[in-house]
Design a protein around this ligand. Structure first.
Ligand code: HEM
Length: 143
């Protein structure tokens, strides 16, 4: 169970990172071409929301199963950079990224906002979320 979830979390993390990059590019092109914000743009943004919510849900379960998650919690572990990364920095930052994407999507869904306004909100929120995720993926442990 733990190994399969860890592998799913790793794979979905890469899909999410690549997917968010594509979503930001698609939204940016539509914005620059001054296209109206229609069903296609909404589905594109919704895909990012779905991916990050699924990934964060798996992350929460993993936090309770992994030897690097809750089981590793102690006063000493806060002084250890890798332990602190998995216990605090990685989860908190990723949850922040999920909140940003949720905010960007829900604002863009609202009536009474122009297409350009919707695109701008998605570009800002998804763009910042992408940077946070790219920064908090544990690349340093794989080198
Ligand atoms: C956008 C959201 C997230 C992304 C892209 C992401 C990505 C990743 C990646 C790529 C790994 C390395 C997996 C491996 O070495 O095989 C990892 C590990 C881990 N993540 Fe996340 N994560 C996210 C959210 C979360 C959240 C919200 C939590 C906890 C609440 C979490 C908890 C963990 C834990 C505990 C590990 C260590 C697993 C282990 O090696 O035992 N993640 N994450």
């Amino acid at each position: 169970m733990y190994i399969s979830l860890k592998e799913a979390h790793n794979l979905l993390g890469m899909i999410l990172l690549f997917g968010l990059f594509l979503i930001v590019m698609i939204i940016l092109i539509s914005f620059l071409r001054k296209k109206p914000f229609g069903k296609c743009s909404k589905i594109t943004a919704l895909t990012g929301l779905f991916l990050i919510h699924t990934q964060v849900s798996i992350g929460f379960i993993l936090y309770f199963l992994s030897p690097l998650g809750k089981n590793n919690f102690s006063v000493d572990s806060m002084g250890h950079p890798i332990s602190r990364f998995y216990l605090v920095e990685h989860p908190v930052g990723m949850i922040l990224a999920a909140i940003l994407i949720t905010m960007g999507y829900s604002k863009a869904k609202k009536a009474g906002i122009s297409s350009r306004g919707k695109y701008k909100r998605i570009l800002i929120c998804y763009g910042i979320a992408f940077s946070i995720i790219a920064y908090l993926i544990p690349w340093f442990l794989w080198s």
